[in-house]
Design a protein around this ligand. Structure first.
Ligand SMILES: NC(=O)c1ccc[n+]([C@@H]2O[C@H](COP(=O)([O-])OP(=O)(O)OC[C@H]3O[C@@H](n4cnc5c(N)ncnc54)[C@H](OP(=O)(O)O)[C@@H]3O)[C@@H](O)[C@H]2O)c1
Length: 369
């Protein structure tokens, strides 16, 4: 059940690229209300409007302008039912652990806990069922927790690609090979990000750690959860149908919106036709939508017929940045099918995912409000 009253939330890393997106998205949320903001010692103690270098196209919401930024310590967030984290990975590990230990509920964008065997890595339009690991995460914490837990969302490029892959696996069964080439926006590196002299008039064919993240995270997200005889749950990493992935990541001079060229081979023979794949993608719906989550996109995947779409400038705001756009679905002469997917890295690739994950956790009663 979704609440009919306000639910107080906090934002860690509130001054950063992802943090600012949280602030903009939460300003119009039907039940989440921002009650506390946290950032580094550089920002703490200042009113938000003075601490932040605001880079959004909408003004700073009036409700947070004068809110004083706090150090990222649990005692300043005790009133918050949910804490969203857009913290830099260098800081996120210790801070998020301290928040969980203080019985706070953290939805994180950082990479630190994505590989933790008891922390779900959830792309809300794909695998919200992985929330079922939460009781185990609480029970195995030392000391065991009653309320606190961490949920992470995926790397922004992983998020864009797993949504169409999940739709294809749902319709046609396991994918066994996948080759991905990304063209990633500058905002994916935070602010100020890549130096202008490195990225204008240029393509940088390397993003540290990114290829490994896509290749590993996809398996955790698309895989299931197994249960041993003693009731212990584990992520199966797609092991029942081994999936081989190869990613090549590039930074391109685009502000927002990651474009990815993807080729897949299905286990099933003969494979589906491009038209069958287009229909399956367009028909894909999420549990988040059926649960009534207010931030879930009405349509998860828009399938373009035009030969020159999707494009970041034209398509990154599809469904307020919560949906993804796919185009150029066609036969691959090496694998089976190839296509292009575009996702908004700061929305569904980051803040929007955390917000929908929290909405799902509330709708499913994982969080009591
Ligand atoms: N950008 C994207 O598209 C994207 C997508 C998915 C995931 N992510 C992940 O999301 C996280 C945030 O990314 P971003 O792009 O928003 O980074 P960013 O613009 O560099 O912002 C980092 C935030 O962390 C805060 N911070 C840094 N050191 C801190 C410390 N020691 N203690 C407390 N707060 C500290 C900063 O506060 P100050 O302003 O006070 O320094 C700022 O609010 C990263 O883990 C990133 O990998 C980013």
């Amino acid at each position: 059940m979704l609440p009919d009253r306000q639910v107080k939330v906090g934002v860690l890393g509130a001054t950063g690229t992802v943090g600012q997106r949280f602030i903009s998205l939460l300003a119009n949320h039907p039940f989440f209300v921002v009650a506390a903001l946290g950032a580094s010692e550089r920002s703490a103690g200042k009113p938000y409007a003075k601490a932040v270098n605001w880079k959004q196209t909408v003004p700073i919401p009036s409700a947070v302008r004068e809110l004083v930024v706090q150090p990222c310590k649990p005692e300043h967030f005790q009133d918050c039912t949910v804490v969203f984290s857009g913290l830099d990975a260098d800081a996120a590990g210790d801070i998020e652990a301290a928040f969980r230990a203080a019985e706070l509920i953290v939805f994180s964008n950082a990479k630190n806990y994505r590989r933790d065997p008891h922390v779900p890595l959830i792309v809300p339009l794909v695998n919200p069922s992985h929330l079922s690991i939460i009781p185990q995460q609480r029970a195995l914490h030392s000391p065991p927790l009653k309320k606190g837990f961490i949920v992470t969302n995926a790397n922004c490029s992983t998020t864009g690609v797993v949504i169409p892959l999940a739709a294809m696996e749902k319709a046609f069964g396991p994918i066994e090979s996948c080759i991905i080439t990304t063209m990633q926006a500058i905002s994916g590196a935070g602010y100020p990000g890549v130096a202008s002299l490195d990225i204008v008039d240029n393509v940088v064919p390397y993003i540290s750690g990114e290829e490994e993240k896509i290749e590993w995270e996809t398996l955790k997200i698309l895989g299931g959860i197994t249960e041993t005889d003693d009731g212990k749950k584990a992520f199966d990493m797609h092991a029942r149908h081994p999936l081989r992935l190869s990613a090549s990541c590039n930074r391109v001079p685009v502000i927002d919106g990651h474009t990815e060229c993807v080729s897949v081979r299905f286990a099933r023979r003969p494979p589906p036709s491009p038209q069958q794949v287009r229909e399956a993608l367009a028909a894909y719906t999420s549990d988040a939508l059926s649960l009534g989550c207010p931030s879930a996109p009405r349509h998860t995947i828009f399938v373009h017929e035009e030969p020159d779409r999707p494009q970041p400038r034209l398509d990154r705001d599809y469904q307020n940045g919560a949906g993804v756009s796919v185009g150029r679905v066609r036969q691959c002469r090496v694998l089976d099918i190839k296509f292009v997917v575009l996702s908004n890295n700061v929305c569904i690739g980051a803040a929007t995912s955390s917000i929908i994950n929290a909405e799902i956790a509330i709708a499913r009663g994982v969080i009591q409000v």
